[in-house]
Design a protein around this ligand. Structure first.
Ligand code: FE2
Length: 233
């Protein structure tokens, strides 16, 4: 089974209708929505994440040129999505689905689109975990730059952050000179193409907990008027 961050079968292997670079390359498309989660939601998700020991099992993938497009090794024992959560935390699924529904309104308004979310996911980042700079929906360097990665339907990405009692783990966008420690309770969103390469600095101490969701655009604006003025990071 091919990996999907959500295992949302309704959106699995969806086709992207969004050309790479459709939203331009402005740093105004890297947006922070502070205090989006309630304290109760944060507490429940952190508590579950700390206790949870059931994680997705997936496979590393290569494209037809033999280029690595998805490396599962770095995600072992770290990611729990719909199928896993339905067994270990059905109430968590409902809670995250509610968060996603609320955030969908912000995404659809900002990008003037209709979107389909992947689905609930929780990720843990123990000491040493990191993410090398990448784009969410396509390869960004070498001869395969601009071609599909394992998730070409991840047109837009969002990450909700649950805690800050760890060191390291800064989110950075090397093309935009942006680097920061995400705030617990905030959601951050940006396009999935290679104008928005991003990475995560290694966790030095503690454990970082996040809940990512990706959006497949089902309807694009004829002419996008954005990016809107909204509080940015
Ligand atoms: Fe990413």
């Amino acid at each position: 089974m091919k990996h999907d961050t959500s295992m949302n079968m309704a959106n699995f292997n969806a086709k992207s209708i969004t050309p790479s670079g459709f939203f331009g390359n402005s740093e105004k498309n890297i947006v922070e929505v502070e205090n989006f989660l309630t304290q109760e939601e944060i507490d429940i998700l952190v508590d579950f994440s700390k206790k949870n020991s059931s994680f997705d099992v997936n496979k590393t993938e290569y494209n037809e040129n033999g280029t690595l497009i998805y490396d599962d090794n770095v995600w072992v024992n770290r990611v729990a999505t719909t199928e896993t959560l339905s067994k270990t935390g059905p109430e968590i699924l409902v809670l995250i689905e509610n968060i996603i529904k609320r955030f969908q309104l912000i995404i659809e308004d900002f990008f003037e689109v209709k979107v389909i979310p992947t689905g609930p996911a929780l990720v843990r980042w123990p000491v040493g975990a990191r993410q090398e700079p990448h784009a969410d929906k396509e390869l960004h360097e070498g001869p395969d730059a601009g071609t599909a990665n394992a998730f070409p339907w991840y047109d837009l990405g969002t990450v909700f952050y649950l805690n800050d009692d760890y060191e390291g783990g800064e989110l950075y966008f090397p093309q935009h000179g942006i680097e920061f420690k995400p705030k617990p309770g905030a959601g951050y969103f940006f396009p999935g193409d290679m104008n928005y390469i991003h990475g995560v600095r290694p966790i030095i101490s503690g454990c970082r907990y996040t809940s990512p969701v990706f959006w497949t655009i089902s309807k694009l604006p004829e002419k996008w008027t954005g990016p809107k003025e909204i509080k940015n990071v």
